[in-house]
Design a protein around this ligand. Structure first.
Ligand code: FMN
Length: 186
């Protein structure tokens, strides 16, 4: 990783238009391995991952199609194509699954720790020239989809993290000047 950490943080953009090139499973595993150095209270490591890359790509695309378009068998091919266009171009998918601790403090900590891991993963991918987008489509919560991924009761899918190569860099949406977000105490 030759860019500075400052540059990677500031220049990373969510990539919403991938070019269809697949991302190797070994790249994904390497990214998750380093990303797991995220801070996490009590070393609970409150995360697990469902990775769909390489051979898993077709399977996850079919699962997403079947779960998100209930009547897809009856629709014209054109319409299915339109509805599933978003599934085709990412080069790998990672579903980040967190436990839903019954204790509210621990639950918040665990979701926070997994979020730190996700951002680590996004930055590491960016450093390798791989774009990402953290997605939270409503259908991630569907029992049918959760079942297809073998997500257990008491677990939550925190993110569908898309990985992929891209041809165009999206423009950054301006951030609010930080002074407007700070209250100086004392
Ligand atoms: C918790 C979370 C959920 C998100 N869900 C979606 C989503 O469902 N669809 C989407 O297009 N982008 C999603 N994003 C990405 C944001 O749209 C993106 O981070 C934001 O536009 C800022 O752009 P940047 O990441 O390029 O700085 C999500 C980001 C976060 C942190």
């Amino acid at each position: 990783m030759s860019q500075s950490i400052q540059a990677i943080i500031a220049e990373r953009r969510s990539i919403k238009k991938f070019n269809g090139r697949s991302v190797s499973q070994s790249d994904i595993v390497e990214i998750l391995d380093v990303a797991s150095w995220a801070p996490n209270h009590g070393n609970r490591e409150p995360w697990r991952f469902i990775v769909a890359a390489e051979n898993g790509l077709d399977a996850i695309r079919n699962t997403m199609k079947e779960c998100t378009i209930p009547n897809w068998g009856q629709l014209p091919e054109e319409e299915i194509e339109k509805k599933t266009a978003g599934f085709k171009l990412p080069g790998a998918f990672v579903f980040v699954v967190v436990p839903e601790d019954v204790r509210q403090k621990e639950r918040l900590e665990d979701f926070s720790a997994a979020s730190a891991l996700i951002q680590n993963a996004q930055l590491l991918a960016w450093g390798k020239g791989i774009g990402t987008c953290w997605k939270t489509p409503a259908w991630m919560e569907l029992p049918k989809f959760r079942q297809a991924l073998d997500v257990k009761p008491g677990e939550r899918i925190l993110a569908m993290l898309q990985f992929g190569y891209y041809d165009e860099l999206p423009k950054a949406k301006a951030r609010t000047p930080i002074e407007q977000k700070i209250t100086y105490f004392g």
